[in-house]
Design a binder for this molecule. Structure first.
Ligand SMILES: Nc1nc2c(ncn2[C@@H]2O[C@H](COP(=O)(O)OP(=O)(O)OP(=O)(O)O)[C@@H](O)[C@H]2O)c(=O)[nH]1
Ligand SMILES: [Mg+2]
Length: 418
């Protein structure tokens, strides 16, 4: 375990996380030079077309350090756009360190700070890196001062690098090995593995990604999901490289995947703890904070009979993107559909696009709106509360209203058509 390092790459959007990850993959020969393509970890077509990372990607590398030993590095490349920050917060839970990239031409920006605070909250070792130093307008000295002020590190602790030319990549690998602590945990204790992500594969069912905090998981073990209390056989366990590589067992500190044949997306929850049926752990790992959607919109199937298919598609998509929330609703004009919560407008657009591409599901999307309660005091009896779903508030000043996340709305409330 002392030769394992788990870390993620965090930064503001477009500061070069995926490009620098390419260089780490190349230098450690994880991907052969002839198979290398730009932003290799951005595997979704949508990510490649738009040039942005939407989903975190975990991959294992092997590094021959100058002390003569081989180190296993588990890297997680994260998205930089604020709409996908939930991906960052989950990735951070599986790491002991973070590479904080700052674009030398832009300096520190909003997501640099919010992602840094997420990492500090989880006690991660921060390695600050000034990236894109090859660019003619790089402001290395200014950005260095900004980082020293924000992170409180010494000048010599900041690594200068370029994801384009590969400059500084060896220094980054050295810093990862020498500065990030190895994972803690006892391989002989009862199994505790934190599920930090999941994907749905139409042939193999649900695949859960986890980090083992304590214990050992072997192929064929009878495992239990702590919070959902469901039990399965670990049909296959292994590590995440460009493809999934099966292994006979995974031990404390390892990051990997498990296939259990679960076909129902509801049976697994990101943030759950995997343990053994025979020797379960006493308590689950504290999972993740609940997501707070920022934008709500209704998604309706074009044909009403596709309602159940839309539900199934949303459930599968939710496995892959746990920041998506939805609940059924109906509208006089559009029939039955779902009221979905997104982290922002880009998130809404991406979900719509993924439904179409991955599930062949064309939907009608209502304009983003918010639900809230309006309480009208009655003269004689007690006040009545109605739920409104509208981009505008009722105009009458006699209504006392308050905005509220619609998830907490009472079921007996009525909603006006969007
Ligand atoms: N000149 C130069 N360009 C770079 C460097 N690193 C990245 N770029 C360019 O910057 C752009 C963004 O790079 P990405 O690696 O996709 O950035 P990212 O941080 O992964 O972006 P998100 O994942 O969407 O947040 C691309 O056009 C890269 O070619 C660098 O070191 N030098
Ligand atoms: Mg990226």
């Amino acid at each position: 375990m002392k030769n394992i390092r788990n870390f993620c790459v965090i930064a503001h959007i477009d500061h070069g996380k995926s490009t620098l990850s390419d260089r780490l993959l190349e230098t450690t020969k994880t991907i052969a030079a002839r198979d290398m393509k730009e932003q290799a970890l951005d595997s979704m077509d949508l990510e490649r077309e738009r040039g942005i990372t939407i989903k975190s990607h975990a991959i294992q590398l092997y590094h021959h350090h100058k002390d003569g030993q081989v180190y296993t590095l588990n890297l997680i490349d994260t998205p930089g756009h604020v709409d996908f920050s939930y991906e960052v917060s989950r990735s951070i839970a599986a790491c002991e360190g973070a590479l904080l990239l700052v674009d030398a031409t832009q300096g520190i920006q909003a997501q640099t700070i919010s992602n840094l605070y997420l990492a500090i909250d989880h006690d991660l070792e921060i390695i600050p890196i000034i990236n894109k130093i090859d660019m003619p307008n790089a402001m290395i000295e200014e950005v260095m001062d900004q980082i020293i002020e924000l992170v409180g590190v010494k000048k010599e602790d900041i690594v200068l690098a370029s994801g384009k030319t590969g400059q500084g990549v060896e220094d980054i690998l050295t810093a990862i090995v020498e500065r990030i602590p190895p994972p803690k945990g006892d391989p002989n204790a009862p199994l505790q593995a934190l599920v930090f992500d999941s994907v749905f594969n139409s042939f193999r069912g649900v695949i859960a990604y986890y980090k083992i905090m304590n214990g050992t998981m072997k192929k064929g073990d009878k495992i239990r999901f702590f919070y959902t209390e469901k039990e399965y056989n670990a049909d296959e366990v292994g590590i995440l490289q460009i493809n999934m590589i099966p292994k006979p067992e995974m031990r404390a500190g390892d990051v990997g995947y498990v296939i259990t044949g679960i076909k129902q997306s509801k049976e697994i929850k990101v943030g759950d703890t995997i343990t053994h049926h025979a020797n379960p752990c006493k308590e689950g790992i504290h999972g993740f904070e609940e997501v707070k959607p920022m934008v709500f919109a209704g998604l309706y199937p074009i044909e009403n009979e596709d309602f159940e298919d839309l539900r199934e598609s949303l459930e599968k998509l939710q496995l892959n993107d746990s920041s998506l929330t939805f609940e059924p609703e109906s509208s006089a004009a559009l029939g039955f559909g779902f009221r979905c919560g997104f982290l922002g407008m880009l998130h809404l657009e991406i979900i719509q696009e993924r439904l179409s591409r991955e599930y062949d599901m064309e939907v009608i999307t209502t304009i983003p709106n918010v639900s809230y309660y309006a309480t009208r005091p009655r003269r004689r009896s007690s006040s009545c509360a109605l739920r409104w779903t509208s981009p505008t508030r009722p105009t009458s000043t006699s209504w006392r209203s308050r905005t509220s996340p619609h998830k907490s709305s009472p079921s007996r409330s009525t909603s006006a058509p969007s």
